[in-house]
Design a protein around this ligand. Structure first.
Ligand SMILES: Nc1ncnc2c1ncn2[C@@H]1O[C@H](COP(=O)(O)OP(=O)(O)O)[C@@H](O)[C@H]1O
Ligand SMILES: [Mg+2]
Length: 341
C-alpha cells in the first residue's frame, strides 16, 4: 500500500490584488513531503517561498488570495478549512520556525510562560507538567542551564539561543510537519551550521516531515532528501538532492549552483558566478518561460508558450525546453550574460 504523504500540496496559487494590478507571486506549486523526509525549497528572495509556506500554515497576509486544488495533512484536506481549524493545527500538528525568532517570541513574556501557553493551547497539562516538558525540550535542543532560561525574557538570549528556543517550541506538541523558513539566515556561519545540524538530527530521530526554505542552495547539501527549486512563483526543478546538486538541469538551478563557493576550488577574492538581473514582479498570466529574461540559453522555443514541468528520468523534473540529458548548453554563455549586465 502506498504511504500517505504528511503534506500534499497541489496547484497552489496565491494572488495579491494591488490598486493597479494583480500580483501572482505563487503560480501553481505542487509539493509533497513524505514521512521522515526533508524537502528543501530553494530560490532567490522574492520567488514566492514564504508565501507558499504561509499558505500551507493558513497564515497568509490579509490581502492575499490563495487557491489550491489540494492541501492535505496526512490525508486530511485543508482546502477551505476554517480559521478555527487552522488555529488548532498550528503549533500542534504543523509548526513553523521563522528567520527572526523575535517575530514569533513575545518580548514581554518569559520563555517558560510562552512555552507553557503553547502546550496548554493544545494539551491538557498542569503547570508542573508543562515545565517538565519545556525543560526536556530546551535540553534536547542543546540549551545550557535550561531551568534558568525558563525565567528569562527573549532579549536576554543570543540569536542562536533564541533560534534553539524556537525549535524547542516547535517540537512541544510533537508536530508531524515543521516548516522552517530561512531558519538560519540571520545567524553567523558557525551558529548556522550548528542549528542546521540540530534540525536535521531531530528530524531524523523523530521522523517529522521538514520543509526547509532557503535562498542558499549551499546549505541544503547534507540536509535535504529532495530539493524543490522555485523561481517567479513556479517550481522550476524537483529531484533528489543527488539529482539536483549532482546534475542540475534547469538553467536557473545551474545559476544558483554557480553562486556557491566550492571549498578547495574557489579562490579567495575570486568573483563567484551569479545570475544577472533580478526576479521580475509577477503580474499577468504566463505566456512564455518565466526565466526567459535572465536565461543565458534562451531561444525562440522559450517564448512560444508557458513551459510545463516535465520528467527527466527517475522522478527528476524540470520546467525547461532544453534536452533533459543536460546537453545543448554552452556554459560560457553565463559569462557573456554577466558582462552584458
Ligand atoms: N502582503 C504582500 N503584499 C504585496 N506583495 C507581497 C506581499 N507579500 C509578499 N509579496 C510579494 O510577493 C513576492 C513573493 O514573496 P515571498 O513569498 O515573501 O518571497 P520569498 O520568500 O521567496 O523571498 C515578492 O515579490 C513580494 O514582494
Ligand atoms: Mg521569504
Amino acid at each position: 500500500m502506498a504511504t500517505t504523504p504528511i503534506l500534499e500540496v497541489r496547484g497552489l496559487k496565491v494572488d495579491i490584488p494591488l490598486p493597479d494590478t494583480v500580483l501572482h507571486p505563487v503560480r501553481h506549486v505542487d509539493l509533497t513531503v513524505m514521512p521522515g523526509e526533508t524537502v528543501a525549497v530553494v530560490g532567490e528572495s522574492g520567488c514566492g517561498k514564504s508565501l507558499t509556506a504561509l499558505a500551507i500554515m493558513g497564515l497568509l497576509p490579509r490581502n492575499a488570495r490563495p487557491v489550491s486544488e489540494r492541501i492535505a495533512l496526512k490525508g486530511e484536506s485543508l482546502t477551505g478549512a476554517s480559521r478555527r481549524r487552522w488555529r488548532q493545527l498550528r503549533g500542534d500538528r504543523i509548526a513553523m520556525i521563522f528567520q527572526d525568532p523575535m517575530t514569533a517570541l513575545d518580548p514581554c513574556y518569559r520563555i517558560g510562560d510562552q512555552m507553557r501557553e503553547i502546550l496548554q493551547q493544545h494539551r491538557r497539562v498542569s503547570k508542573a507538567e508543562a515545565r517538565e516538558r519545556s525543560l526536556e525540550l530546551l535540553g534536547k535542543v542543546g540549551i545550557p542551564a535550561p531551568a534558568e532560561r525558563l525565567s528569562q525574557f527573549p532579549h536576554q538570549l543570543s540569536g542562536g539561543l533564541r533560534q534553539r528556543v524556537m525549535i524547542a517550541m516547535a517540537l512541544l506538541c510533537e508536530p508531524e510537519l515543521i516548516i522552517a523558513d530561512e531558519p538560519t539566515t540571520a545567524l553567523d556561519v558557525t551558529i548556522q551550521a550548528q542549528i542546521l545540524r540540530l534540525l536535521r538530527n531531530i528530524q531524523r530521530e523523530t521522523g517529522i516531515g521538514l520543509v526547509l526554505i532557503t535562498h542558499d542552495l549551499g546549505v541544503v547539501a547534507g540536509m535535504a532528501d529532495r530539493i524543490v527549486v522555485m523561481y517567479g512563483g513556479e517550481v522550476m526543478e524537483v529531484g533528489s538532492c543527488d539529482q539536483v546538486l549532482g546534475k542540475p538541469l534547469h538553467p536557473y538551478t545551474e545559476g544558483l549552483m554557480r553562486s556557491i563557493p566550492v571549498p578547495g576550488e574557489t579562490r579567495r577574492g575570486e568573483t563567484l558566478g551569479f545570475i544577472p538581473g533580478v526576479v521580475p514582479r509577477q503580474t499577468g498570466e504566463r505566456t512564455r518561460c518565466g526565466f526567459i529574461e535572465r536565461c543565458p540559453y534562451a531561444h525562440d522555443d522559450c517564448a512560444k508558450g508557458p513551459i510545463a514541468l516535465r520528467e527527466a528520468g527517475d522522478g527528476h523534473q524540470m520546467r525547461c525546453v532544453l534536452p533533459t540529458d543536460g546537453s545543448g548548453r554552452d556554459p560560457s554563455a553565463w559569462l557573456r550574460g554577466a558582462e552584458a549586465s
